[in-house]
Design a binder for this molecule. Structure first.
Ligand code: GLY
Ligand code: MN
Ligand code: MN
Length: 450
């Protein structure tokens, strides 16, 4: 088959298994037909598009990375999965590269049928007719919604000729979210590798940091490490924030020259084969933590340690956050960032002045991944196979009443935790975390450069 080698080595079994699981779930809920499109292409300017990134749900079910593709799953006694994709085209392939085309895609990715995307509008009404439920995701893309509704209305219009429209529309993403929240073995293997690559990238960034360099030079080290290890892209815009910028939570300009005596906060992770990693490290630009920097760093690290200890099957979603907040609040009192009693600081939320975000989020195909945090109004219990970030922080802007020694210190420490049978495991251990490890990496780099 005329398939580039790198693509032909993809193991399609996990994708087939996910389609089968979704079909079984649909059958349990009354059967029907599911229609899941990949992402649209977006223009950047004039005739140039943003780099294409497939839709996370679509790719989760198919492993198919080309634009202009839709998967249709038909539940019932003889379930079917059908791909619509771009047609083969010698002319387009000369300009844009290889395309599978329906025949090779069907064979390679294990679909029952495959058709060109140009046939979708004509075939979709027939595929919907007679199905009790239409599973789709409405409200995310107006053009797509209109396309699906046109197909549905065609079935309705043909009722006299024997077409039977679905009597219910249900949200396919809600079912997929519940699947995606528990990572299968193939996903965990990719996420471990993504964690390793990102961890090594942070190590490289630490080794490259010194006074006088610009934040973007360090961003370039991260991108270098991601790409040379096979990652396709950063999973989100890298934050490389020195000095006061570390207190801007979503700083992405990355254009400032770093100075001696400041901290640098880097929040960056690669995307590998559709999966995000998400790591933050905070370290001194000159390689040695000052006293106040170390105080805040050790406090945030203690909060992270407490949060990690709270992650185990059966613990609920908010327990790591509560554990981190308790440590941070006490530390803020000890360091005279806050005054009053611990109970008051917790109850009134005074700690939010310096810690204004949550301690984590689900991680997977999307950096803030799919899945509910509450079930029936209660925090969700953690279970083996879930992956979440653990990312406490402390951000101190200059202000009256705040000890000046701490001004402009912004620290976040973020790792990615896989819930195991009896606790959790960080998959981001490759990134140096302790004060001693960070200072060692930076000292060795400085010695090597001298
Ligand atoms: N990098 C995004 C986050 O930490 O949530
Ligand atoms: Mn995060
Ligand atoms: Mn992050």
């Amino acid at each position: 088959m005329n398939t580039p080698l790198d693509r032909s080595t993809l193991d399609v079994a996990p994708f087939r298994a996910r389609r089968e699981r979704l079909l079984a779930r649909m059958n349990a809920l009354g059967g029907g037909v599911a229609v899941v499109p990949t992402a649209p292409e977006y223009a950047r300017n004039r005739d140039t598009n943003y780099p294409f990134r497939y839709d996370s749900y679509f790719h989760y079910l198919t492993g198919f990375g080309e634009p202009e593709a839709v998967v249709v799953l038909i539940a019932g006694d003889s379930p079917k999965s059908i791909l619509f994709c771009r047609e083969k085209s010698e002319e387009r392939e000369i300009w844009e590269g290889y395309r599978y085309g329906p025949d090779a895609a069907r064979e390679h990715f294990g679909f029952d049928e495959a058709w060109t995307i140009g046939e979708l509008d004509q075939r979709l009404p027939d595929l919907m007719s007679g199905q009790p439920v239409l599973w789709c995701s409405l409200g995310h893309n107006g053009d797509w919604d209109a396309r699906v509704m046109r197909a549905l209305n065609t079935v309705r219009a043909n009722a006299r000729a024997g077409a039977i429209p679905p009597h219910a529309i249900r949200d396919v993403r809600a079912e997929l979210d519940e699947m995606r929240i528990l990572k299968d073995a193939a996903e965990i293997a990719i996420m471990r590798r993504a964690g390793d690559i990102s961890g090594e990238a942070h190590r490289r960034a630490m080794a490259a940091t010194r006074p006088g360099r610009f934040e973007y030079e360090i961003e370039a080290e991260l991108i270098h490490a991601f790409r040379r290890a096979g990652s396709q892209a950063p999973a989100y815009p890298s934050i490389v924030a020195s000095g006061a910028n570390a207190c801007v939570l979503h700083y992405v300009e990355n254009d400032r020259q770093m100075r001696d005596g400041e901290l640098l906060l880097i929040d960056a992770g690669c995307e590998l084969d559709g999966y995000a990693s998400d790591i933050t490290r905070s370290f001194p630009v000159n390689g040695r933590f000052s006293g106040p920097q170390r105080d805040i760093y050790e406090l945030v690290l203690a909060a992270q340690t407490a949060a990690k200890a709270a992650i185990r099957p059966g613990a609920h979603w908010n327990m790591p956050h509560d554990a981190a907040v308790a440590v941070l609040a006490q530390g803020m009192l000890d360091l005279k960032l806050l005054s009053g009693s611990l109970a008051e600081v917790l109850e009134q939320g005074h700690y939010r002045r310096f810690y204004m975000h949550r301690t984590g989020h689900w991680l997977g195909r999307d950096v803030h991944d799919a899945g509910e945090y509450k079930l029936d109004g209660q925090w969700r219990p953690l279970a083996p196979g879930m992956v979440l970030t653990v990312e406490p922080g402390c951000y101190i802007r200059p202000a009256e009443g705040v000890p000046e020694a701490f001004w402009n210190i912004g620290v976040r420490i973020e790792d990615d935790a896989l819930v195991t049978e009896d606790g959790c495991e960080y998959i981001t251990e490759a990134a140096p975390r302790s004060v001693a490890d960070i200072e060692d990496v930076m000292r060795e780099a400085a010695d090597g450069a001298a």
